[in-house]
Design a protein around this ligand. Structure first.
Ligand code: NAD
Length: 428
């Protein structure tokens, strides 16, 4: 129960220790001792570690860390760690990977780790002259940018090129300069932001304009991952299921409402691996959906065809700015472990795996929809969750869940009703 004089006007919360914050919160919203026990459970983090990650930390939030199997990508076997709360996703990925494995697995293209940093140049009197001068000083801009990250440079990465775009806005014309940076094995946002800030005073000097924004673009169109696989017709469930998948694909192509859910299925895999490896899920999500809309119409990120034997050929294409170094990847203990399980040599390899996983996830969802309806596969795990929500004790979850499925009534109220009957000694 929230206290009567509750308010959220709190300053200096960040100055307190985690312990003190927990106590303050407890007083504010009237926590039970059990709630406090959950908050105090920081898992593998020390208070100092977790307190330096974000602001106003009061606890640690855990999610399941599962493994998807059967993936062969470019001839190499992978076990793929996934962090996700949704039942059935991990099993579905492993299942679809098996169907592709029969036909050699996934073929993923190399993913060049080129990121775009945007510099917004405004208040220009002569747009054409500004463009010319920027183009002519390209090498100077690249040199200044590369002075910011000597290590990246030494390792063979760094700023490589520029793109100059002119956009029409409600505040008039602007030049948007894209600095293209090879960020090697990093996601690269910090790298390119630092470079953009460093070259901006020079850009103002030579263009006569005023620079405002200097920041990475999450629409990483130079860092596009592509993967392809053939999924076995018989393992999918036969000709009719393949036909159903092709129909589902056409539906997604023609209808953005369906394309959104089609792509959500892809992101079940992509985001679960992104999170497991400590990468930036928001960057990946925004990039993927913007890419899906590049044609002017929101579209599926995968495409499908049928080969001469009736097998399903699937392809995926989306930008994937994933790192195996930097950001959280080496700080978060589980992310470190995930990368160890994956046994990767480069950020490109992680993106190749991620694209294959997204494709597998999509095929699994489409197969379930075409063959049996998504709910059937989903329901076993979902019904267990419902039973838990209904307060069914652990030793009775399986029994209550089975009864709900058998009676086709997977609802909290029904779980409670079954539990009551069990407690009353009824033989179910
Ligand atoms: P970073 O700055 O933590 O680390 C990159 C650094 O590692 C490089 O500067 C380089 O000097 C060094 N390095 C060593 N070996 C390297 C190698 N083999 N390849 C590449 N670099 C190597 O990491 P980052 O990837 O620049 O930044 C990622 C973080 O930025 C993420 O946590 C993300 O959430 C955050 N971020 C994202 C956005 C966004 O809009 N997406 C914006 C700001 C920050």
């Amino acid at each position: 129960m929230i206290m009567k004089d509750f308010h959220s006007n709190i300053s200096g919360f960040y100055k307190l220790s985690i312990d003190e914050r927990q106590k303050l919160l407890s007083n504010l919203v009237n926590l039970d001792p059990e709630d406090l026990d959950i908050l105090k459970e920081l898992g593998y983090f020390t208070p100092t570690q977790i307190d330096t990650l974000i602001e106003n930390v009061v606890g640690s939030y855990q999610l399941p860390f599962g493994l998807a199997f059967n993936f062969k990508i470019n001839g190499k076997d992978y076990i793929i760690p996934m962090v996700i709360e949704e039942p059935s996703v991990v099993a579905a990925a492993s299942n679809a990977a098996k169907m592709a494995r029969k036909h050699g697995g996934f073929q993923s293209d190399d993913v060049p780790p080129i990121m775009i940093s945007q510099i917004q140049i405004t208040n220009l009197k002569d747009i054409k002259a500004a463009k010319e001068v920027l183009e002519s000083r390209k090498q100077d801009l690249i040199k200044i940018a590369n002075e910011q990250d000597p290590l990246l440079n030494k390792l063979g990465g760094g700023a490589q090129d520029i793109e100059i775009r002119e956009i029409q806005t409600n505040k008039g014309k602007m030049i948007i300069l894209h600095l293209l940076v090879n960020v090697l094995d990093a996601m690269g946002a910090n790298i390119v932001n630092t470079m953009a800030e460093a070259i901006s005073p020079y850009i103002e000097d030579i263009s006569g304009g005023k620079v405002y924004l200097r920041i990475v673009s999450n629409l990483a169109t130079h860092r596009v991952a592509r993967s392809k696989a053939t999924f076995d017709k018989e393992m999918l469930g036969g000709e009719e299921v393949v036909e159903g998948i092709m129909n589902a694909y056409e539906f997604a192509l023609a209808d953005p409402y369906r394309a959104t859910t089609h792509n959500k299925g892809i992101m079940n895999g992509v985001v679960a691996l992104t999170l497991a490896t400590g990468n930036d899920t928001r960057a990946i999500e925004s990039g993927a959906h913007a890419y899906a809309s590049l044609s002017g119409r929101y579209s599926p990120l995968t495409k499908f065809d049928v080969d001469s034997q009736g097998n399903l050929i699937g392809e995926i294409e989306l930008p994937l700015a994933l790192g195996i170094i930097g950001g959280m990847t080496k700080i978060h203990p589980m992310a470190r472990l995930a990368l160890k399980i994956l046994n990767l040599k480069s950020s490109s390899e992680l993106s190749q795996v991620c694209a294959a996983l997204g494709l597998a996830q999509n095929v699994a969802a489409l197969r379930a929809l075409a063959a049996e309806g998504i709910q059937k596969g989903h329901m076993a795990l979902h019904s267990r969750n419902i039973a838990k929500v209904a307060g069914v004790p652990d030793d009775l979850i399986e029994k209550v869940s089975k009864k709900m499925i058998a009676d086709k009534k997977i609802r909290v109220d029904y779980a409670k009703e079954i539990l009551q009957k069990i407690n009353d000694g009824e033989n179910l």
